[in-house]
Design a protein around this ligand. Structure first.
Ligand code: SP5
Ligand code: ZN
Length: 342
């Protein structure tokens, strides 16, 4: 399996987030990728390749132009105000306030285009984000060329990003960009299976009214967990997309017995859909020792996850999302891929 990775992710470092009321070093840090590279390097599968540049056009098929323009210019605007520290939003609108106007100043723009204080920007953030999206798109290219699977080792992650909103450490929705690229290359139906601990609110929202991309999410119950305001079972799609979104929220403390049962139901749903390709939003923050999460999966469970996904017997693109237990993230990702390939 080819692993697509760029060292340009290292530009997104030294940033912070607002957690439990405190500004703390970001959990989504470069060491995550180093650990994954180490672990997959020790297994017999996996050839590392660098992504090819795809430009902004494939991003603009799922993201709004004003949002991409903001991402590309935010750091320059922030530092033009004389600030020599990371950029973090701290103002948001309440229901009833104007949504149709993009403020002129950087603090207004940061709030306009975000939903939390989890997306911090530094000098190299936009370059890292672009390299991540290019990694997902290079995975699409490889599979269009006949590869049965690929792993896009994207960092920062993507599944919380909406068409015009960053949040949850995510700026560009890499899985959504890849799904749209598969469609544009002729795939009639694409299924996205999101196994990250957190609900993939951005991915759901981007495809919510479309029947050509089935989105299935297994995640912590939003009544308890971030992102809190999306990810409930009654969100089944809208309009032409009705019936093509499925959420499987699980309570804090869920172990593989409960999680694996949800995976089985989701996979049955995907098999019934008959997709030409499956994209796995691969988060391993379901791990028992994840520092910000509350599920109880153990490292051998990821072998089973990979095997269940392989049983779908579809071309499969893995796209990296979350996972913050740095000491175990590599083993858990490598186990997923090994379970898939066996
Ligand atoms: C891609 C991804 O996994 N994004 C996750 C973003 C989660 N950010 C908010 C987490 C807040 C949960 N509170 C944790 C309390 C730990 N003491
Ligand atoms: Zn997550």
């Amino acid at each position: 399996m080819k692993i697509i990775h760029s060292p340009r992710h290292l530009g997104h470092s030294g940033h912070v987030e607002l957690m439990n009321g405190q500004v703390v070093p970001a959990f989504e840090k470069p060491e995550r990728v180093a650990m994954i590279l180490n672990a997959v390097g020790e297994r017999p599968f996996g050839t590392l390749i660098e992504p090819a540049a795809h430009g902004l056009d494939p991003l603009l098929k799922v993201h709004e132009e004003a949002y991409v323009r903001f991402l590309a210019s935010a750091w320059q605007m922030w530092t033009a105000d004389g600030r020599d520290f990371p950029a973090l939003p701290s103002f948001w609108r309440a229901p009833g306030m104007r949504t149709d106007l993009e403020p002129e100043s950087i603090d207004g723009k940061l709030g306009h285009f975000s939903f939390d204080a989890g997306c911090c920007m530094v000098a190299g953030t936009w370059d890292a984000v672009q390299a991540g999206a290019d990694s997902a798109l290079t995975g699409v290219d490889l599979m269009a060329g006949g590869e049965k699977s690929a792993f896009a080792l994207c960092r920062p992650p993507g599944h919380h990003a909406h068409a015009a909103t960053m949040g949850g450490y995510c700026f560009i929705n890499n899985a959504a960009v890849a799904a749209q690229a598969f469609r544009d290359l002729g795939a009639a139906r694409v299924a996205i299976l999101d196994v990250d601990y957190h609900h993939g609110n951005g991915t759901q929202a981007i495809f919510y009214d479309r029947p050509d991309v089935l989105v299935c999410n297994i995640h912590a119950d939003p009544a308890q967990e971030f992102p809190y305001f999306l990810g409930y079972t009654d969100e089944t799609g809208a309009g032409a997309g009705e019936g093509f979104n499925a959420n499987f929220p699980l309570r804090w403390g869920t172990d593989y017995a409960g999680w694996g049962a949800a995976l089985d139901t989701a996979c049955t749903r995907i098999a019934d859909y008959g997709p030409d390709v499956v994209i796995v939003s691969l988060g391993v923050d379901t791990y028992k020792d994840d520092p910000i999460s509350q599920f109880k999966l153990d490292s051998p469970d990821y072998l089973k996850i990979g095997a269940r996904i392989a049983a779908l017997d579809r071309p499969t693109l893995f796209v990296m999302e979350g996972g913050y237990a740095v000491e175990a993230i590599g083993i858990n990702v490598a186990n997923t891929l090994e379970g898939f390939l066996q």
